[in-house]
Design a protein around this ligand. Structure first.
Ligand SMILES: Cc1ncc(COP(=O)(O)O)c(C=O)c1O
Length: 362
């Protein structure tokens, strides 16, 4: 007798390890492990959630019409080119399954978001990693690895966990250098936090190229990770493919209604951006003063390098845990000397700096 066997590639998946949210023996924790928005959800989003309770017996709008219209309004883009998903994770998985399979290659950057190789294995395709230079996506390295078997190239911009980004010109150079048959996925999960004038989330490329999709999420600046809501913006051909492979009701009615309310609350996302503009550089500067090495970040998180020896990343993590603080270890990214810290509230960031300070001086 043989047991049911998954498709090739599935057992090669290193299961995704989510940011921890609890510590044994600690009642109150400071959770800075998943790049969730520091201020929590918009009050308008929370009010919409309560109102939606009355109609939970109804199936959602399978086409997410109101939500796509609200996204289109907010970002000044075409609703017909938008497709919504249960988080951008779902869209990453659907794209990989739709465009790649056994014998195909999927390209991503060395420290790129870990869901790219996971989804590639799940599709039975082969992940191909291009080395980074200075913890930044290297366009030339990606182009050097692209070939006839390449089906997809994933770029997180800004990237998680490094916090680095590539300019609009570099992104354009990447797209222009890739063979036309390669789908370029520009994953702009943290776009709203970026205030560099040479940055683009990828809207123009998605609007003008038949082989580009931009992905966005409600999990970061909108602080709605629990809702599972993301969206893609692409040429009609790519949107059509996603609409064929997604579940008919992949985005819940709750997610649609709350998403529309969150989009309308401009003041809330402005406040979240201003908060990050203050506390991200503040945290990076304090960490540097302690003799640690924060990598330059344009997101709502900072990757910090710890020295080898008694004050290494593992020891720091254990010390922070004793103080009830949960950052994110990134050994699974090949970065065992680093810890990633999400930017939380002022109180949380002051507590982290106090804990790190005691650790470094202790
Ligand atoms: C670069 C990047 N892409 C996508 C995601 C997934 O976001 P979502 O919650 O929309 O699935 C994350 C979440 O951490 C991320 O960092």
């Amino acid at each position: 007798m043989t047991n049911p066997t998954p498709r090739p590639g599935v057992m090669e998946i290193e299961p995704y390890v989510a940011g921890k949210s609890a510590l044994a023996g600690q009642q109150r924790v400071i959770k800075l492990s998943s790049n969730e928005g520091a201020l929590g959800p918009s009050p308008r989003a929370m009010a919409a959630l309560a109102a939606q309770a009355q109609t939970l017996h109804r199936y959602p709008d399978g086409g997410a019409g109101d939500l796509r219209a609200a996204i289109a309004r907010r970002f000044g883009i075409d609703a017909a080119r938008i497709v919504c998903g249960a988080g951008s994770d779902e869209l990453i998985a659907l794209l990989t399954k739709a465009y790649a399979g056994p014998g195909d290659e999927v390209l991503y950057s060395q420290y790129g978001f870990v869901m790219y190789p996971i989804s590639t294995h799940a599709a039975g395709a082969t992940p191909v990693m291009a080395p980074e230079t200075g913890f930044r996506t290297d366009v030339d390295a990606l182009l050097a690895k692209a070939g006839p078997r390449t089906r997809i190239c994933f770029v997180a911009n800004p990237n998680n966990p490094t916090g680095s980004y590539i300019s609009a010109a570099e992104l354009r150079r990447l797209r222009d250098g890739l063979p036309a048959h390669v789908l370029l996925v520009v994953d702009a999960a943290y776009a709203e936090y970026v205030s560099r004038n040479d940055y683009s989330a990828g809207v123009e490329l998605a609007e003008t190229c038949d082989n580009v999709i931009m992905l966005r999420t409600f999990s970061k600046i909108f602080a709605l990770g629990g809702l599972r809501l993301g969206w893609g913006y692409a040429a009609p051909g790519i949107v059509d493919v996603l609409n064929r492979v997604r579940g008919p009701f992949n985005v819940s009615s709750v997610a649609q209604t709350v998403g529309v309310a969150a989009l309308a609350d401009l003041a809330f996302t402005d406040a979240a951006r201003v908060h990050n503009d203050v506390w991200m550089p503040w945290f990076a500067a304090r960490v540097a003063e302690l003799g640690l090495e924060p990598l330059p970040s344009v997101g709502n998180f900072v990757l910090v390098r710890f020295p080898a020896g008694p004050r290494d990343a593992a020891a720091a993590n254990a010390h922070l845990a004793r103080d009830g603080i949960i950052p994110r270890m990134v050994g699974s990214y090949g970065l065992p000397d680093f810890i990633r810290f999400t930017i939380g509230t002022e109180e949380e960031m002051r507590a982290v700096v106090a804990s790190l300070s005691a650790f470094m001086k202790g």
